[in-house]
Design a protein around this ligand. Structure first.
Ligand code: UD1
Ligand code: CA
Length: 457
């Protein structure tokens, strides 16, 4: 796609969100709205992108990566004014087309953008407005057509006559413009704004048609693409639409979600077929789940990889790798940097952090394994802990293959247990244990006579 570019309008305040954050950073499926717009633009093959920022612009600029240019709109004087701030950026793409989009309409998709561009170039249009027909057009700009159905102009809600307010084809706020023709219309857009409260980008349509240039509407296949969020309720509605889309796509590909209640899955998550997702499960980031797993109920995974046929029940895992046939939970927490092999069990009330756990190792109950390298076939009894922190520094613990660690053992790191060690229950292990030995590190039991008075009253 040669010399085409995109301008994303992201200066608005979003007063009704009642947020300390800029509106375009409000999240849909845990991802800021502007990121949805950016990925739709990039998926459509447009790489040169400029965002117009204004309200809390530093926060927006800090969020964007360095591939996105930014310009500041110091005062919010309207969508036309916002695009004019990107004049130099558009001038750098003189022979191309510019896609203008609202940064707070996250459901605009790459197919609509691509199809609209094809329509735009095939017809030699100066402007192509992506429109949609909606049941309730309140708040949107209406597409005014003449008796023959030819587009004449866009009228905003506040300027519309009663008859125009009844038009249910509305402006999505996304457009393709020929760069040269848009730049040539800037002065007139500004001039028209002087008679109104704001400088409207939508006036470009009437201006171009008066100049006998071609401007037309491209109706989107789904009206969802136009939806934006002005308040938290609308944000929830966008979440709901996006959520259902993700879930439907997964189900079509063979993922089993018998009940979608409380199931929220971020768009980049990958799940193989025949995996079952149960209620109240939230899957985030770049999580990747293989086939045949059961995830949930009430589980949260963020940036995790899960091997085939694993079960994760009522647990939370972050930035961890879990092998095949693992069984995690209920009530386990795998913290960042945990790498569990195949056939690992991390059961009730266990926590694993920044540790490698070998194949077939069992950490069944009430145990903490942190900063450790654990071999395969190890059994941790109930209530074990690695004491990995002395208040200042973290140390690692090493446990060889096939060790058996009795209940309530404390491994005070740095410490190493060789292969096939046995540690007696209740031990506090402070020194290395050689392979094939047994360590016992606790005081000997003593039996004493009962003190009578405790039992007499
Ligand atoms: C705009 C359109 C309307 C369309 C609707 C779709 C105009 C005049 N109207 O209306 O036809 O149906 O979008 O949602 O264009 N922004 C800036 N700077 C500004 C003003 C706005 O960056 O000075 C940004 C906002 O952050 C937002 C976008 O532009 O991302 C749209 O602005 P908004 O005020 O919401 O426009 P609408 O009145 O909804
Ligand atoms: Ca709006």
């Amino acid at each position: 796609m040669q010399n085409n570019c995109a301008v994303i309008l992201a200066a608005g305040e979003g007063t009704r969100m009642k947020s300390g954050k800029p509106k375009v950073l409000a999240e849909v499926l845990f991802r800021p709205m502007i990121d949805w717009v950016l990925s739709a633009v990039r998926e459509a093959g447009v790489e040169d992108i400029c965002a117009v920022t204004g309200h809390l612009s530093e926060l927006v600029c800090n969020h964007l990566d360095e591939t996105v240019q930014t310009v500041l709109q110091a005062q919010r004087l309207g969508t036309g004014h916002a695009v004019i701030q990107a004049k130099a950026f558009i001038e750098a793409h003189l022979d191309g087309n510019v896609l203008v989009l609202n940064g707070d309409a996250p459901l605009m998709d790459s197919e609509t953008i691509t199809q609209a561009l094809r329509f735009h170039t095939e017809n030699g249009n100066s402007a192509t407005v992506i429109s949609a027909c909606v049941a309730d057009p309140t708040g949107y700009g209406r597409m005014v057509r003449d008796g023959a159905g030819t587009l004449e102009r866009i009228v905003e809600q506040r300027d519309a006559t009663e008859a125009e307010k009844k038009i249910n084809e509305v402006n999505s706020g996304a457009y393709w413009f020929n760069c040269r023709d848009l730049l040539a219309a800037f002065d007139e857009i500004e001039a028209m704004g002087r008679t109104k409260k704001e400088i409207y980008l939508t006036d470009a349509i009437e201006i171009m048609l008066n100049r006998l240039q071609r401007a037309d509407a491209f109706p989107a296949a789904s009206s969802d693409v136009i939806l934006g969020a002005n308040d938290r309720w609308q944000l929830m509605e966008l979440n709901e639409i996006a959520r259902k889309k993700v879930l439907k796509k997964l189900m079509v590909s063979g993922v089993d979600i018998p009940c979608t209640d409380g199931v929220m899955i971020a768009p980049e998550v990958e799940i193989a077929n025949d995996t079952q997702i149960l209620p109240n499960t939230i899957l985030l980031g770049k999580t990747k789940i293989a086939s045949g797993c059961v995830i949930g109920p009430s589980t949260r995974l963020e940036d995790c990889t899960v091997g085939e046929n694993s079960v994760i029940n009522a647990s939370q895992c972050e930035r961890s790798v879990i092998g095949a046939r693992a069984s995690i939970g209920p009530f386990s927490h795998l913290r960042a940097g945990s790498r569990l092999g195949d056939d690992v069990h991390a059961g009730n009330y266990t926590e694993v952090k920044n540790s490698v756990i070998g194949n077939g190792t069992k950490i069944s109950h009430l145990t903490y394994v942190g900063d450790s390298d654990v071999g395969s076939g190890v059994n941790f009894g109930c209530g074990c802990a690695t004491a990995n922190y002395d208040g200042k520094h973290k140390f690692r613990t090493t446990v060889g293959d096939d060790c058996f660690i009795g209940c309530d053992t404390c491994l005070v790191s740095p410490v190493t247990l060789g292969d096939r060690c046995y540690v007696a229950a209740g031990s506090v292990v402070t020194e290395d244990v050689p392979a094939n030995t047994m360590a016992i590190a606790r005081s000997r039991q003593s039996i004493r006579r009962k003190v009578r008075k405790y039992h007499e009253d």
